[in-house]
Each structure stands twice: as structure tokens, then as C-alpha cells.
Design a binder for this molecule. Structure first.
Ligand code: SAH
Length: 334
């Protein structure tokens, strides 16, 4: 969002959605600290207010309980309308299962627009998945997703379908809100769905209170994860089919071994080139499909082999092959 065009109007009211990271001062961004310092009013869940206690002396503080999210947003808007600068504090990132969404919903409901005189700023913070991953190694180095097991606002079939799809697609998954005093079965259902697609030995990390006083980390497996102590302050990281554990660290390979011979001084494997798509990347794969079709293999057989819909194969094979090669300098950031 651009600030140049929407400087505070007459009212000067401001809502800052501040992600404070996992909960230790060192892991809070400079901007998060500044935003809290600039604010006249601080609104947040009691625990998070406590985490920034040293920064909020002399300010108006509105403590809300966990279930009062909409109230918090309504309260923030009311204060901002009076011209106050309000910091709404979220743990991790305010946009990840946090206050950012509900706040915009309340604002839009009230007829707010970006140039209506109340400025909104979202201050990004390290989300639980970043913090928890950092403590356990490098589990998120390949494709991952986050799924919340909270069914307070989301129907279970929706959550179950996402778990099933993520498990089938071999994503590394971070489970937020995995278990609470009242919600104890959701994590067992998640495990059941994952076991349908993944090996029981798949590494799982359960990280509780990352970067907080009661930090506790357990390395487990898909088969045994539910025996661990899991609660509302835990994030559960489930590895993909390549994730391994070594020296107590959980690592998901980035894929270098697909291209380079890591034992042989890191030279590229036959048929592969640094900075270029894999031979099984999109273009190479399409060329291979065309050869297979020309050799008389049925499209449906190929679709089943690659576990992709036949319709998709048909549509993409109908496009001419892109034989243009990317420029040498294009891809450095693998
Ligand atoms: N906005 C937050 C998430 C809020 S949902 C973020 O971006 O991190 C609350 C869930 O976040 C918890 O149930 C837990 O799964 C996770 N979580 C938040 N802080 C955590 C921490 N310090 N350690 C482990 N998990 C945490």
C-alpha cells in the first residue's frame, strides 16, 4: 500500500497492525518497536501485551481475550476516528491467522477506504512457522503450506480436504492451532489423513512456545506425533517425503541432488545444466511426453503415470513447445 498518496488527513487517525514475531524482543522488527512507540493506544491479547510490557508505559492499553477479535478491530476503528494512533498487536505476523483480515473486514463494513483519513499500516513479523522452523533446522526449504486445525470458524470438512490435498501433494505442512483443551481430536484426524499418503516415519517437529520462556522442541514421526505434548502454543511441522533428520535437525532438501552430484564435488549430472530448468522441468518434460505419444503410449496412460489430469496434459500438449532458451543470466537464485 502506498503511503505517499494517503498521508493522514485532518483526523490523523492511524491503525497499525503490528506482528511482534514469536515473542522475544530480539526477534521483533525495528519497525514493530517503532510502531508500538508511536502509538497512543495499544490493543491486544493479554499475553502479547505482556510480551511488550517494556514498550508501552504511559500508553492507553486495552486488553482483550482471545475470542474478542472483532471487538478489538471495532475498538481500534473507534479510537482511530478520534484521531488516535492505535497499535493492534498480533503474535507472529498480523496477516497470518491474525488481526489483519478481521480489521479490514470491520473497516470495509464501516465504509472505510484507503483515502478516508484513517491510515492503515501492517507491520510484518516472523510467523510461527518461520520461528519454529529456525529452531529445528531447515524443514521449509521446499514447498510448504500452513493449515490451522481450529474449527472455531472453519467447518471440519474444509480443513480435512486441505489436509488431504496437502498430504497428497507432498507439501511440508505447518499446523497452527493444533490442539487445545477442548479440541483434542483434530490433531488425531490430521495424523490419520497424513498417514494415508505419507510414510509413518516421516519426520515431525512439535515446537512449543518458540523463543519464549517455556520453549520446548520435540522431534517425532508421523506415526508417533500424537503421543507428544501438543497445545495451543505449539506448531506442528510435518516433513515431506524427502525430509530427513540428522544430528537432531530436520532438513528438507532443496533439490540440489536432482541436478548436482553432491559426492563428486558438486558437478552437474549428465543432461543437466546450472541455471537451467531440469531435464524434467516443464519444457523437457513436455518434449518427453511428445516422444512417448509419438511412440504410441496413450495420453491416459501418461496422465496416470505422472499423476496429473488427462485434460491438463491434452491442453498443454496442444500449445506449441517453447523452444526458446532462457538467457544465461536469468536464474541465479536457486
Ligand atoms: N499470527 C500468528 C499465528 C496466530 S494463530 C503467527 O503468525 O505466528 C496461533 C497459533 O500460532 C498457535 O496455536 C501456534 O500454533 C502458533 N504459534 C504462535 N506463536 C508461537 C510460538 N511462539 N511457538 C510455537 N507456535 C506458535
Amino acid at each position: 500500500m502506498h503511503t505517499d498518496t494517503q498521508m493522514p488527513s485532518a483526523s490523523g487517525g492511524r491503525i497499525m497492525l503490528v506482528g511482534i514475531g514469536p515473542g522475544s524482543t530480539e526477534h521483533m522488527t525495528l519497525r514493530a518497536r517503532e510502531a508500538i512507540a508511536e502509538a497512543d493506544t495499544i490493543i491486544g491479547y493479554v499475553t502479547y501485551i505482556r510480551l511488550v510490557a517494556d514498550l508501552i508505559e504511559g500508553k492507553e492499553v486495552i486488553r482483550k481475550s482471545m475470542t474478542e477479535e472483532l471487538d478489538r478491530a471495532v475498538e481500534a476503528l473507534a479510537r482511530a476516528r478520534e484521531g488516535r494512533k492505535v497499535a493492534l498487536i498480533s503474535s507472529g505476523d498480523a496477516g497470518v491467522y491474525g488481526m489483519a483480515g478481521p480489521t479490514y473486514e470491520v473497516l470495509f463494513q464501516a465504509g472505510w477506504t484507503p483515502d478516508s483519513g484513517i491510515e492503515v499500516e501492517i507491520v510484518p513479523g516472523a510467523s510461527a512457522l518461520n520461528s519454529c522452523a529456525a529452531l529445528i533446522g531447515a524443514p521449509l526449504t521446499h514447498d510448504f503450506c500452513a493449515i490451522s486445525l481450529s474449527d472455531l470458524l472453519t467447518p471440519w470438512p474444509v480443513i480435512a480436504r486441505r489436509l488431504d490435498a496437502a498430504a497428497a501433494a507432498d507439501f511440508v505442512v505447518a499446523l497452527y492451532n493444533p490442539k487445545s483443551g477442548r479440541r483434542t481430536r483434530q490433531i488425531v484426524e490430521a495424523q490419520r489423513l497424513f498417514l494415508r499418503h505419507r510414510h509413518p516415519d516421516t519426520p515431525v517437529a512439535i515446537v512449543k512456545s518458540a523463543y519464549r520462556r517455556r520453549e520446548h522442541i520435540v522431534l517425532s514421526t508421523l506415526a508417533q506425533m500424537t503421543e507428544a505434548d501438543i497445545g495451543m502454543l505449539s506448531t506442528v511441522l510435518i516433513g515431506n517425503s524427502s525430509t530427513f533428520v540428522r544430528e537432531g535437525l530436520m532438513v528438507t532438501p532443496r533439490g540440489y541432488a536432482n541436478k548436482y552430484d553432491l559426492d563428486e564435488g558438486g558437478s552437474a549430472r549428465e543432461g543437466e545444466r546450472a541455471g537451467r530448468s531440469l531435464s524434467t522441468g516443464l519444457n523437457g518434460w513436455l518434449a518427453g511426453l511428445q516422444e512417448d505419444l509419438a511412440a504410441g503410449i496413450a495420453l491416459e496412460t501418461l496422465a496416470a503415470r505422472h499423476r496429473l489430469p488427462a485434460d491438463y496434459l491434452r491442453e498443454t500438449l496442444a500449445e506449441p513447445l517453447d523452444l526458446l532458451v532462457a538467457s544465461e543470466a536469468e536464474e541465479g537464485g536457486e
